[in-house]
Write a protein that binds this ligand. Structure first.
Ligand code: DGY
Length: 351
């Protein structure tokens, strides 16, 4: 019998490669597909009920609000072989619980690298050029009462600056590649895997090597202290783990320059929101650009970081290009189909 697979969000087959792959596998009788058909997050109870019917071998799930935990794995029982999340991050998955049951995990870290790096660079510019504050002033009709003056809405230039990248994996490296175009002069980075060499097969490799050759200093920071003290722009691109949770807290922020900017494209809890808010309000930090915020998506217009003029907040759009989402859906579906043993499919990425 064809393996049963559950999909927790509709994947439009005309735009998302993964949707087309799944449809074909179903039509060819290679899988029995059970779909959540509404264009909103899967109802947890519906999912648990489906899993309790038994026989599910693969689950294609999303990052947002879909916890993969003991309760869900117990509901699925021993038939479950693979969880394939359509995301790079898998902090919503209890990996120990999966391991205990021998369930494999697939994620999609490659397809979204470029899109997320674009947003990192965009937020550096938006924060440092005070774009959020400026757009808000125009929308609120304040421009006519804002006569030009030499320092009106002035930010800081990237030229000659030091960029810090916390988490120098693929997204971090590509974010730096984007920023090199703005003539930064130095990059300090920190990684949980010190000494991991740049990947020569990737397109950022030559850019970063050439940048060093042209006098841009690119090196690991000696310590978090050095990273905090020296950076004019700090971009966090690390995964959320117990050791990165709250890593940008009060003591880190206290060491940053008052002219520096913080950008977070990683996960909200990497940054302590209260400490960031205090630093911005007390002008101990020039500004921040956040694509992720602790508590998202429940971030209302009255959230203090949204109200803070020096902070620009985006609703987690790092991977939001049609191309990236199509690639993510393709890789998630490949992981799932390979994991349940459908012939002709290989893992795109196993965690
Ligand atoms: C990811 O894939 O991890 C992105 O942050 C989207 O959730």
């Amino acid at each position: 019998m064809a393996p049963k697979v559950i999909l927790t969000r509709p994947l439009d087959p005309t735009l998302l490669e993964g949707g087309a792959l799944l449809d074909r596998a179903e039509q060819d009788g290679k899988i029995q597909l059970v779909r959540w058909t509404q264009d909103k997050p899967v109802d947890r109870q519906w999912l648990l009920d489906e899993l309790r019917k038994g026989g599910t071998e693969g689950l294609v799930c999303m990052h947002n609000g879909e916890k993969i935990d003991d309760e869900l794995l117990d509901a699925a029982g021993p038939s479950l072989k693979v969880i394939a999340t359509m995301s790079a991050g898998y902090d919503h998955v209890d990996t120990a619980a999966l391991k205990k049951r021998g369930v494999r995990l697939g994620s999609t870290p490659d397809a979204l690298t470029a899109a997320t790096a674009d947003v990192g660079a965009m937020l550096v510019l938006m924060a440092s050029r005070r774009a959020g504050e400026s757009v808000r002033a125009v929308i609120d009709g304040k421009w006519p009462s804002m006569p030009w003056n030499p320092l009106l809405l002035c930010g800081q230039s990237l030229k000659g600056s030091t960029v810090g990248i916390l988490g120098f994996g693929k997204i971090g490296q590509l974010t730096l590649k984007r920023l090199l175009g703005f003539d930064v002069s130095r990059c300090l980075y920190s990684t949980s895997r010190p000494g991991v060499a740049l990947d020569p097969s990737k397109d950022y490799f030559n850019t970063l090597a050439t940048a060093s050759f042209h006098g841009v200093e690119i090196r690991p920071a000696e310590s978090y202290d050095e990273l905090a003290r020296e950076c004019d722009f700090l971009v966090t691109c690390c995964p959320l783990t117990p050791s990165t949770q709250g890593i940008i807290g009060a003591s880190f922020l206290a060491k940053m320059k008052p002219t520096a900017y913080l950008v977070n494209t990683a996960r909200g809890p990497v940054v302590d929101s209260d400490a960031l808010l205090a630093a911005l309000r007390e002008k101990r930090l020039a500004g921040a650009g956040l694509d992720v915020v602790t508590g998202e998506p429940n971030i209302g217009a009255d959230h203090p970081l949204v109200l803070e003029p020096s902070c620009v907040v985006l609703p987690h759009i790092g991977s939001a290009t049609v191309q990236a989402r199509s690639g993510m859906s393709r890789d998630a579906v490949k992981n799932c189909l390979a994991g349940v043993g459908v012939e002709g499919f290989e893992w795109a990425n196993e965690v």
